[in-house]
Design a protein around this ligand. Structure first.
Ligand code: SF4
Length: 718
């Protein structure tokens, strides 16, 4: 039954928060018929349930307010060590997806170009037969899995099919790749207990990161302890706003800036000689290369970053007690992305990676980023193009067609694959290309778990269903495990469904007996003493009790982890650093007169999906009248040169076409940039709102990881 938001709020006594009316018109809410009588009659009993947010890799704990067993409002769980009660707009509005009128309500099969409802039995049969006929390299899997447990299951599933064609996308999962090729280890966390300076290369720590709410708290604490953050980035994002200073630079120049900083430190002799002697292979060649080619004056000429800023930042880095030069996956969004990361690794090595930490032991099997998060190291969606062997493509919640500049080539490639199966709960630009859809449950209807080390302690957050599934949807994990059994893909599989899989993976946490449930904020002084005397903080009669308590409290963590200084060995050749001979090494020099299209993600929406949710779309527009239209942000000086008035319509021309947008003057925009937001231009709304700027971007990718570049397209304004 479709009802209006206003009536839904009225029926539940005004208790609904986070639902927007929105410029898309009154947002409708769809309620399954079975629930309607309860909604109208009550008895209006309030209860609360704990779960975990799965909208980004942050894994924040949630407290869900229920009226008559219907979730109506979401708060942050104050006992989660990750978010400590905080919640972001995406988490706050996450229940909108549960009630969203566009949710798919049953499996669908495409017949004569149109989707028709089919039974789960029929859909499963089609998929099962196709995999039976086409295992191995004829099958590929593309997934957007915020849960590392689900990511690992997908990895296990494709391995059991003997396919290496798997791309598991979770923001932050690719961060590990440069470490894999240049170092022998990966840090678990920034050690905020010691770190007093972060030099941040482009990451949006408090918005789009491995844990936005944890980083928000940690960054505030760092600043209150007089620590500082210096950010190099092409845009003054809210994260960059917390930095002092913010130094504007295009992402393609991060490597030059990092090596310019290294040059000052090498020249001054203020690096950790003991560390580099022991941990930096062929340090002499590195030193010679940097001193010859990356003087602050040379770097200024190339990047536009003033040499005085390079010198001052380098000296701050050299004199800090435990500094961190930080990057995350966003550094790869450039044609030289992996080289950018190598340069930042080399800079860290000069201070012995002193601000990073590592857990000494791991309680969760497979929770090793160097293995589990690197599933997409050798294969990515661009490899779909020209792969004539592919017969089956499985897609879990990924809208990679919307996110890729080469979407037209990808569309063509997909149209040649005989069976494309999507597990998405919604139709989107990628799902519409499928022949078969087996929709996944909504996050509030399913079990999952996520592990994290970002806080410096091992944390396992558990997602549990707060309502029974509204529709004929399925847990995709259950589908994969059924297939593994039915097709005999894996011998002696010790689990029958996804809950069994989670339980099996969490048994080691129970067995070692350490840590505590998220039932209290911190251990008391007495508990700390008992722990030091060898006592177990929480005891359970058996694993079932441990599991039940995990579900009740939302997870487990170890407040007393054994940690050590992160101390990798680095092997970086001159060609890895400079990319000599590669296309992206022939880089242009910063030219303040040419214009570059810089595609930026609005707060938290790195998947670009917020158009489905009016509350989010309206929160991040420049102002009310440009929520739903594409706008560009332009430096007022650049605008003056081009005679572009504030809030006037302009035509933006790239090599791939042109679009009309409202120009907004913004003094914080780099003069050579035209900033354009990502997230509009979807086809899933009845009317088309704005454009997808990626459709106008050049086909430029990081050579090593296949990550699309978002800031190397030349642009003209008319
Ligand atoms: S930061 Fe991420 S995990 Fe936390 S509430 Fe927001 S979307 Fe959810």
């Amino acid at each position: 039954m479709h009802i209006s938001r206003r009536n839904f709020v009225k029926l539940l006594g005004g208790s609904l928060a986070g639902f927007a009316v929105g410029g898309l018109g009154e947002a409708l809410i769809k309620i399954p018929n079975a629930v309607v009588p309860i909604l109208y009659k009550g008895p209006r009993i309030e209860t609360w349930k704990i779960t975990t947010c799965a909208k980004c890799p942050g894994h924040c704990g949630l407290r869900v307010r229920m009226i008559d067993d219907l979730p109506v409002q979401v708060f942050g769980n104050p006992l989660s060590p990750i978010n400590a009660g905080g919640i972001c707009p995406m988490g706050l509005t996450s229940i909108q997806n549960l009630y969203h009128p566009d949710r798919l309500t049953s499996p669908m099969r495409k017949v004569n170009g149109k989707f028709q409802k089919v039974s789960y039995h029929e859909a499963y049969g089609i998929l099962s037969k196709a995999l039976q006929d086409n295992s191995g390299e004829k099958t590929a899997f593309v997934a957007q899995a915020e849960s590392d447990f689900m990511g690992r299951l997908i990895h296990d599933f494709t391995q059991s099919l003997k396919s290496e064609k798997v791309a598991i996308d979770r923001f932050g999962s690719k961060t590990v790749l440069p470490y894999r090729s240049a170092a022998d280890d990966y840090p678990d966390f920034i050690d905020f207990s010691r770190c007093d300076l972060i030099i941040n290369f482009g990451s949006q720590l408090t918005e789009i990161s491995e844990s936005p709410l944890f980083f928000s708290r940690a960054v505030n604490d760092l600043r209150s302890k007089r620590g500082s953050i210096v950010t190099f980035s092409p845009k003054l994002t809210p994260s960059a706003f917390k930095s002092k200073p913010w130094i504007p630079v295009l992402p393609e120049f991060y490597e030059d800036v990092a090596l310019g900083l290294a040059c000052v430190i090498l020249n001054d002799g203020t690096y950790d000689k003991g560390f580099v002697q022991k941990n930096f292979n062929d340090f002499g060649s590195f030193r010679q290369l940097i001193l010859e080619d990356y003087s602050p004056a040379d770097v200024e000429k190339k990047t536009g970053v003033p040499s005085k800023d390079i010198i001052a930042t380098a000296r701050e880095f050299a004199s800090a007690t435990s500094p961190v030069a930080y990057f995350d996956e966003s550094i790869l969004q450039s044609s030289n992305g992996t080289r950018n990361a190598y340069a930042v690794l080399a800079l860290n090595a000069l201070r012995g990676f002193s601000g990073y930490g590592k857990l000494q032991t791991r309680e969760i099997p497979g929770d090793d980023k160097t293995k589990s998060d690197a599933a997409s190291a050798s294969w990515n969606t661009s490899r779909l193009i020209g792969d004539a062997d592919l017969k089956v493509l499985l897609i879990y919640r990924s809208n990679f067609i919307f996110n890729s500049p080469n979407s037209e080539d990808l569309r063509k490639a997909i149209s040649n694959i005989p069976l494309v199966v999507s597990f998405s709960p919604f139709i989107d630009e990628t799902t519409e290309l499928a022949n078969l859809i087996i929709p996944d449950h909504d996050d509030f209807e399913k079990f999952d778990a996520m592990s994290s080390t970002v806080t410096g302690a091992p944390v396992v957050s558990v997602q549990r269903p707060v309502v029974k599934p509204f529709y004929a949807t399925t847990h995709t994990g259950d589908v994969l495990i059924s297939l593994m059994h039915d097709l005999n893909l894996s011998k002696d599989l010790p689990y029958g469904n996804y809950v069994d899989y989670l339980r099996a993976n969490l048994k080691p946490v129970y067995k070692h007996g350490k840590g505590m449930l998220m039932a209290q904020k911190k251990p008391t002084g007495l508990e700390k003493s008992l722990h030091e005397a060898g006592w177990q903080l929480t005891s359970y009669s058996d694993f079932d009790e441990f599991w039940d308590q995990m579900l009740k409290y939302g997870g487990w963590w170890d407040p007393f982890p054994k940690v050590e200084q992160f101390s990798p060995t680095l092997s970086l050749s001159a060609s890895q650093l400079t990319g000599k001979g590669s296309a992206s090494s022939e880089k242009k020099t910063h030219d303040a007169d040419s214009l570059t299209l810089n595609i930026f993600s609005k707060n938290l929406d790195y998947k670009g999906n917020m158009l489905r949710n009016a509350a989010l779309t309206e929160q991040f527009g420049v102002e009310r009248d440009v929520y739903y239209d594409t706008w560009i942000e332009i430096n007022p000086n650049t605008a003056k040169k081009l005679s572009v008035g504030d809030r006037t319509k302009v035509r933006v021309q790239t090599r791939r076409g042109s679009f009309v947008a409202t120009a907004i003057h913004n003094p914080t925009v780099v003069p050579s940039n035209i900033d354009v937001p990502f997230g509009l231009g979807h086809k899933f709304t009845e009317k088309k709102y704005g454009i997808n700027p990626i459709d106008y971007a050049d086909y430029v990718f990081d050579e090593a990881t296949g990550t699309p570049s978002l800031s190397e397209t030349s642009v003209k304004i008319e």
